[in-house]
Write a protein that binds this ligand. Structure first.
Ligand code: NAD
Ligand code: GLY
Length: 371
């Protein structure tokens, strides 16, 4: 058993918690035990991840009363109906208010198990054990939990912080390539929003990251989690800077909802959305052409799709984008870029400018994307 290579802290007063990052952590009892309040532990996983890792997590929890619920795999199941199966399992096993949930899987499982923990008997503890790159660098940290609605991504949910995050980077060895790339999109996001040096580092380590070089991946996870932990500690409920973490997401959520959940991976939609945000920023005169091109080129270099789907045209896009948690008084607010490493939340644009940017990006009316 390896000790965590690095332990970070999300500093939220009495709700602070550690993020353990390193190889071969998933089966280490010492990482779970301090964060399990009583005897009952419900592991929530899915049909893909459970055969790979459930036995090792159960072994780490030997001595506790452990049960599991294995959900079907896919974004399409991140809904209230599937979510209810977690409560069926908790009640079937007569689990009480002092039970602990363990979310074993990617962001879909983490969001659903976390939301179940927020609601079961008005709130129980949970531990995040993220097994995708995306979940290790983003979704397992920060306490956003929830499920999708047919009309909009993550529209139903709660803030509920985990007791600990155990990010075992060796689990990334079994991740399909497309999922690895989707996670890399969220890594690039941290460079874009607040850390130009990190963006440079990602450009320089592109091939190592794609080759799953252990040192490169663990540095990417650590630097991303450091950023996320700082942002969440400063603005847990997203009244300010946390919204910057949504770079590319207003466009991206429109893609995910409009194309049908699961057709575009979340990270893929965010990649295309970040390119759209960069192009919009360029149109507004905020981001220079070189930076706009660099962003598209890095994401393309990770084999991420950067050309958005037409969906039902620019007006249809605007309707989808209006179902966004950043909308205030009916006004769409976007995360835009002043430079690589400098993002801002803004509604300082006309709807027609946004419509034009979308039309150009989707090739409507013969327009071509910038960059
Ligand atoms: P995911 O959870 O669907 O996982 C991707 C795929 O990889 C799934 O098929 C899964 O079964 C499989 N998988 C997971 N771990 C594996 C492993 N180690 N080896 C092999 N296969 C493995 O997708 P994701 O990209 O992890 O998460 C996307 C979700 O996260 C979206 O629903 C998104 O809205 C949410 N999200 C939430 C936050 C947040 O702050 N809560 C942030 C970003 C994204
Ligand atoms: N992924 C966005 C957030 O955690 O705020």
């Amino acid at each position: 058993m390896a000790a965590p290579a690095r332990t970070l802290e999300v500093d939220l007063g009495e709700r602070s918690y550690p993020i353990y990052i390193g190889e071969d952590l998933i089966a280490d009892p010492a990482l779970y035990r301090p964060h399990v309040a009583a005897s009952q532990v419900m592991i929530v996983s899915n049909e893909t991840v459970a055969p790979l890792y459930l036995a090792r997590v159960k072994a780490a929890l030997e001595g506790f009363r452990v049960a599991e619920v294995v959900l079907p795999d896919g974004e399409i199941y991140k809904d209230l109906v599937t979510w209810n199966r977690i409560f069926d399992a908790l009640l079937e096993h007569r689990f009480g208010r002092d039970c602990t949930l363990v979310a074993l899987g990617g962001g879909v499982i983490g969001d659903m198990a976390g939301f179940a923990a927020a609601c079961y008997q008005r709130g129980v503890d949970f531990i995040q054990v993220p097994t995708t790159l995306l979940a290790q660098v983003d979704s397992s940290v920060g306490g956003k939990t929830g499920v999708n609605h047919a009309a909009g991504k993550n529209m139903i949910g709660a803030f509920h912080q985990p007791r600990a995050v155990i990010a075992d980077t060796s689990t990334l060895s079994t991740l399909p390539e497309r999922e690895l790339a989707a996670g890399l999109a969220e890594v690039v996001k941290y460079g874009l929003i607040r850390d130009a040096d990190f963006f440079d580092w990602i450009e320089q380590h592109r091939l190592q990251l794609l080759a799953r070089d252990a040192a490169a991946l663990s540095e990417a996870v650590e630097r991303s989690c450091l950023s996320k932990a700082e942002i969440v500690a400063a603005d847990e409920r997203e009244s300010g800077q946390r919204a910057l973490l949504n770079l590319g997401h207003t466009f991206g959520h429109a893609i995910e909802t409009g194309a049908g959940y699961g057709n575009w991976l979340h990270g893929e939609a965010v990649a295309a959305g970040m390119v759209m945000a960069a192009e919009m920023s360029h149109r507004l005169g905020w981001l220079d052409a070189d930076a706009t091109a660099r962003i598209a080129s890095l994401l393309r270099g990770f084999d991420l799709p950067i050309d958005p789907p037409p969906l039902s045209g620019a007006d249809g896009w605007l309707e989808l984008m209006a179902v966004d948690k950043k909308v205030q008084n009916g006004v769409i607010r976007l995360v835009l870029l002043r430079a690589i490493g400098h993002a801002v939340v803004s509604s300082d644009f006309a709807v027609d400018q946004l419509r034009d940017a979308i039309a150009a990006a989707i090739g409507e009316a013969g327009e071509r994307p910038v960059g």
